[in-house]
Design a protein around this ligand. Sequence first.
Ligand SMILES: [Zn+2]
Length: 353
Amino acid sequence: MEQYIECCQTEEDFKNAFSSFVGDARSALVVHGHRSYQACGAKDLVEALSCQMTVVDFDDFTENPKMEDVQKGVSLLQRTEPDVVVAVGGGSVMDMAKLIRHYAHLDIRLLAIPTTAGTGAESTQFAVCYIDGVKHSISDASILPDSVILYPPFTYNNSRYLTSCTGFDALAQAIEAYWNINATVESDHHALEAISMIYPLLEKEHLSPSDRDALLIGANAAGRAINITRTTVPHALSYTLTSKYSYPHGHAVALTFPFFLKYNLEGDASRYMGSDYGHHVEKMERLRSMLNVQDAPFAVMKHYISRLGLGFDKNRDFDDMTVARGINLERAKNTPIAIDPDVILAAVKSIRE
Ligand SMILES: [Zn+2]
């Protein structure tokens, strides 16, 4: 299914894009976050634009969606049967809205408006959900939102830490798509666009509006890349760090990223899982120069994530084996260089280095 994406720079453009999506809809379910919904300016704008419609709000869920919360949203959607669903927020809100529509089995259009830059979740056909503390990824073509409005001003007041978490998530997704064994010409195109836009920006102390614009567009490109390839081992190993040790998603992914960057850049042919090792080596050379990591990928990436505030936090210490055992093997198998339990444990231990 093709997704319609519109990037709006002005409030006028946003209003036009929103109005053309809702058309003559008379009712809407608006899925959004809590404080962030108002703080980013979305609440006032969306309410003003939907004043002619019957609007039901849904924000009765926590970050990292749980199945019980999805069920509440499904019941609400089935009971109210609105003409459209609008999701406004970060990755958790996107996933929640996608899952609610998916499980309600109703033919209702979904508009996604991200307010972080970002998970790229507005452009993927999968969604994560925790069932009894265990992370599940639900994937289906029908999960992809029909339309996306990228409106960077909603991200302008995001804190430095939120920007680092969500921005690094996007960067990691782009890199994981690029070295992925499922990579295609199209996913490489999106991934390279995302890496080149996001990597230099995250380190900046102050982001200008045009930097924020580029981050949101880059994050969306990263989402489109992993929509084709899925993610690899840094993501696969991150879920317990989030569900059990409270590292936000992007921070959890960053923790083992330096280890796996070195691992995949330097991996030898005997452990290569794809079909064209020569092509992989060429791509890794390109990645090495784009990231400017020369011969010290581990040290350079460690330094990068610590400047972003995404290093090890002793207040959120963890048990190594618990984290290692929590790996999602389904995601991990997309990694180009084969991993094994020793590699996983070494990666977990490298977090404290
Ligand atoms: Zn991610």
